[in-house]
Design a binder for this molecule. Structure first.
Ligand code: MSP
Length: 633
């Protein structure tokens, strides 16, 4: 039977425009789908948008729009983006689609009829950003650990799914299927979570509070909780319950998500499926987060990276290559444009781009722009052939484990091998000796064949580039098959070649001088009132710094001797902002009657006053030379 492959991305919320995080997941899914199609598997690739719930209703209200009009608009943005990134999804699902609504009702009814949904009361902390309740234990300092915002306290009567009934089954299933959730760190995270008793899942919202959702089929007064609705997209998209595609693709379903939505996918979804009498998905593949220059991407930080900007600036395939080559699947990565440019110049322009230009130029110069006949094989040729097989084998193996960056490394080893083959084969010298024509043809043939192998191997990652290379070799760049490179020599002799422009022109990285972020002065809360008498207790004095030196082993502290009418030693946390010699001679203001203390073992009798500036701390000092030791009034 034909092997089937089904891959999904999360369906994205329509409260924000797509950024590189969304682009990454969708590009990875595309690479996997393209690879499996090239492997001859019957493939289905699903993506879409998640459009119900508080968060979307709030975003629509903020935009002053009706929720349906708003979701139509943003969903269309996602839909329009994907073809521009060369994404080949087979279907685009929206949770507001009529057929999805029918399937959600169908599943709810099924689980309800099975007695697995009941009516109950709930109170707890709810994060609208995550669209879920948090337990006290999960909150960090009372805030949502993801959004760092204070959750709302909500008290409601609602419908609950008896998720707790499936805890033991789920633990068992995960243990029996080591690859069910992968990589292992995320499997362990889910298992750790399951060590605590699993609570039932609240799956409704009263319409008095939220109307933007799917009405429960058994109670008109409630809409469905957005996660219960959204997860079901994965079966709606392939025609559940009756579609033929559902029978083919559900048994091999693989989801692709980032770590942020591990819990709904690792816990809610398999238990929901079980309760609805369905088999769990085959694999949940979890990747890490893209941060930007080490910080989390966020609108408020103004560091959101837009995929189309990068595509326009550097080209789509360079952008795709960078994302796939730089992230180790499962771990976080930090995006930087400079790193992208480095990769573009080294791996793409130097290694791959130069190889393609060099080989084609050679074929035009020495073989009249045609694939020459392939003569007798020499040792170097055998090694090249084996190199191609190794690259294919490693690509296949790494795809099994989603180690896409390793697959690329293996392909690049082969690219470098071909570059060496040319240097060592010295075709330019062979061309000088007519008796070596046969050898020259063979070397050129092998280089062209190697280019074909490379094009097939990179085609899931960089489909545009693969097409260009195959086109230059006189081949059809569409419908690429991996098995076409299982045997060396698939490139027909006599094929007409075409010249192509440089695949990846080098680019210069220009660091954009960013205007410093506009900082609003946020006043710290004013402390509680004190009386004049209270203030009088603080003895503030003017002093002159006589000596200053760094406190050993501290990068913050300076030891100062000051003249305050009497000589004193104080320790101040100014070393990051002032060199010791810069302190000497300055007039400072000191709290003179502060209880002596020791900082890093050095005695301090007083504390100087300083305040924050954009660039660090600055001393509070005097406009005109004061009398040392004078009181500050
Ligand atoms: N609507 C839910 C998913 C429902 S699936 C049944 C949702 N949407 S989302 O718009 O917030 O998308 C989250 C997903 O977007 C992540 O799991 C990941 O695939 C992608 N990413 C969003 N930001 C990301 C990064 N900074 N880095 C990597 N991927 C990220 O959650």
């Amino acid at each position: 039977m034909e092997k089937a492959y089904y891959i999904t991305t999360p369906i994205y919320y329509v409260n924000a425009s797509p950024h590189i995080g969304h682009a990454y997941t969708t590009i990875v899914a595309d690479v996997l789908a393209r690879y499996h199609r090239a492997a001859g598997h019957r493939t289905f690739f699903l993506t879409g948008t998640d459009e119900h719930g508080d968060k979307i209703a709030e975003a629509a209200a903020k935009a002053g729009m009706d929720p349906q009009a708003y979701t139509d608009m943003v969903s269309a943005q996602f839909r329009a983006l994907w073809p521009q990134l060369n994404i080949t999804n087979d279907y685009f699902i929206r949770t507001t689609d009529e057929n999805h609504v029918r399937v959600v009702e169908y599943v709810l009814r099924k689980v309800y009829d099975a007695g697995e949904i009941y009516f109950g009361h709930y109170e707890g902390y709810y994060c609208v950003g995550c669209e879920r309740f948090y337990t006290d234990k999960e909150l960090v300092d009372g805030l949502c650990p993801d959004h760092k915002t204070a959750p709302e306290f909500r008290k409601e009567s609602n419908y609950f799914f008896r998720m707790s009934n499936y805890q033991d089954w789920l633990i068992d299933h995960i243990k029996k299927n080591p690859d069910f959730i992968r990589p292992e760190r995320y499997r362990n995270e889910v298992l750790a979570f399951l060590r605590e008793p699993l609570e039932d899942l609240c799956i409704s919202r009263p319409k008095t509070r939220l109307t933007w959702g799917i009405t429960l089929p058994f109670d008109e007064a409630y809409v469905t909780y957005v996660w219960f609705d959204a997860l079901i997209n994965y079966i709606t998209g392939i025609g559940y319950p009756d579609g033929a595609d559902f029978r083919v693709f559900w048994p091999v379903a693989q989801h692709l998500i980032a770590k942020d939505i591990l819990k709904p996918h690792g816990i809610y979804w398999p238990t929901m499926l079980k309760a609805a009498g369905l088999e769990p998905y085959a694999h949940l593949n979890v990747h890490g987060y893209w941060n930007v220059d080490q910080s989390k991407m966020s609108k408020s930080l103004g560091n959101v990276v837009k995929p189309l900007d990068l595509k326009d600036k550097y080209g789509l395939d360079a952008f795709r290559y960078f994302l796939l080559r730089d992230m180790v699947f499962g771990l976080d990565s930090s995006f930087s444009e400079e790193a992208l440019v480095q990769r573009l110049n080294s791996d793409l322009a130097n290694d791959l781009g130069n190889l393609a230009s060099r080989v084609l130029a050679m074929a035009f110069k020495f073989a009249k722009g045609e694939v020459p006949p392939r003569g007798a094989e020499a040792d170097a040729d055998g090694a090249l052939r084996e190199g191609a097989q190794r690259a294919l084998g490693e690509t296949r193996e790494n795809f099994e484990h989603l180690s896409l960056h390793k697959a690329l490394i293996a392909i690049w080893e082969f690219i470098n091998m071909v570059n060496r083959y040319i240097v060592e084969g010295e075709p330019w010298n062979l061309a000088k000796d007519p008796s070596r024509r046969d050898r020259l043809d063979t070397v050129i043939y092998n280089c062209l064949e190697a280019l074909r192998v490379i094009a097939v191997l990179i085609s899931p990652f960089m489909p545009g580039t693969a097409e260009k290379i195959l086109g230059a070799l006189g081949l059809d760049g569409k419908g690429v098959r991996l098995d076409s490179i299982e045997n060396w020599g698939g490139l027909p002799e006599g094929n007409k070649l075409t010249r192509i422009e440089a695949l990846f022109p080098r680019v210069e990285y220009v660091r954009e001088e960013k205007a410093p972020p506009e900082r609003k002065t946020v006043m710290e809360p004013v402390k509680p009132e004190i009386t004049y008498e209270d203030f009088e207790k603080i003895d503030l004095r003017v002093a002159k710094v006589i000596t200053a030196e760094a406190v050993p082993k501290s990068n913050k502290l300076l030891k100062l001797t000051i003249d305050m009418g009497e000589e004193r030693q104080i320790v101040a946390g100014m070393a990051k902002d002032y060199k010791p010699e810069e302190m000497v001679g300055r007039y400072i203001v000191v709290v003179a009657n502060l209880k002596p203390t020791k900082l890093m073992g050095v005695e301090s009798r007083g504390m100087l006053l300083a305040t924050d500036t954009e660039g660090g701390l600055t001393l509070i000092t005097c406009d005109r030379p004061p009398k040392t030791g004078a009181r500050v009034r």
